[in-house]
Design a protein. Sequence first.
Lengths: 277, 240
Amino acid sequence: MGWLLEPLQFEFMQQAVLMAVLVGTLGPVVGSYLLVQRLALLGDVISHTVLPGLAIAFWLGGNIYVGAFVAGVLSTLLMAGIERFSRLKADTAMGIVLSGGFALGITLITLLQKHNRIDLSHFLFGNILSVTRGEVIATGVVTLVVLGVIRLFYKELLFYTFDPLGAAAAGLPVNHLHWGLMMLVALTVVMSLKAVGVVLVIALLVTPAATAYLVCQQLHQVMLTGIAIGVLGSVGGMYLSYYLNIPSGPGIVLLLTGFFVVVWLGLNLTKGINPSL
Amino acid sequence: MGELQLRQISVAYGGRRVLEDVTATVMAGALTGIIGPNGAGKSTLLKAILGLVPRLRGEVTYGGSRLRREQVAYVPQRQGVDWQYPATVLDVVLMGRVRAMGWYRRFDRRSYELAQAALEQVGMEDFQDRPIGSLSGGQQQRVFLARALAQEGEILLLDEPLAGIDLKNQGFIVELLQGLAGQGKVVVWVHHDLGAVLRHCDHLLLLNRRLVAAGPPRLVLSPELLRTAYGEGLMLAEAA
């Protein structure tokens, strides 16, 4: 147990653990909605396009998380705009916005790096061991808000994400629900940046929720099981980062992927033995 | 009890007219079918009634006043949703109560009772805790019907409720719809082919972007009218 508790004597490790628990909770809950709507890649687009917003906010001396959030929301608007005003489909719009936004972000940050000390790799691959107290508190507040919103609108969001047409016919404001969800995704991505980095945020959104989806029959079960998996993976990945001296993003994502593979293989192997399962 | 009045409904998608000046009266207490060839605008007409697609012009009234969405229970095409969604049968039927419950509130006792009653009405009460992904097509359609029943709408609009469903379930569903019409509801369903099942309708609307004919099946299902709506291709297909 020493290896588990010993690092916790450092304050930065305590904060990293808290951060891991928070992002391990946020990602799977919000990611469940992306999964059931087949919008998993949307999370990837948002995460890559927050980078230019982050850079511009840094350059202007503003809050980088606010900048990142604004850019993330703008990217979803841009994708909707491309779809609406051309014959292109969603996947193509995603490809264009993701790569364009990411390229712009890397360009801006590289230019900024020459004059200021801003480390690109922290945002790309995550550095959970460097989170500040302020970041943990902000993430905690966001987590409470996101969970509260989802609890308040749970039955409407369930209806909308299962059957958007039926929900609209019943008189639900489906556009508001859609954009509300997009905001939750953008918030989640932004708060997870420091832990996993833009390149790998998608894993936090999709992989734990997908693992839970394999074994659960109801959306709230997917969320709760996803949280358990997400928290385990995030905290575990943080320890990997500490002991192996690797960026925290890959550590967390490798664990999450491992959980998925184990559950997926396990299910298929038990099916092979007993097809009725 | 009232009648559903459609006046001069016109709809266009991306500059292309898909419905032109459709005017019709749909009576409560009768089972009304909408038929017509592919691309005739059948599903679009249901969506236009609900205001789910923008109407270029036209209005819909029920009992003399503007139709409100909460008066309508809509059953979309079964193929339009992902049945692998993590939800149980009861979860889906309760969706019919979301609007009636209002924001921020959890489902109350009455909603559960209505959902149970609706499941019994469609013969699915033993399936309420089953994941929807484990159901057959016919069972899925019954669940969709139960959701519409739980909604307690005075008007039922169903988009191809018999598509891809076995004959036994087709018979059950048509009987259920007849029963609902018998209770004085407005029941309108879109049907995808010209099968014998249409004989069970009290009233048919034959559509091909315009309303070609309206009336009882024995009048509407005449060779001349069908040829007008479907073109000569229909007769060739029947001969083959």
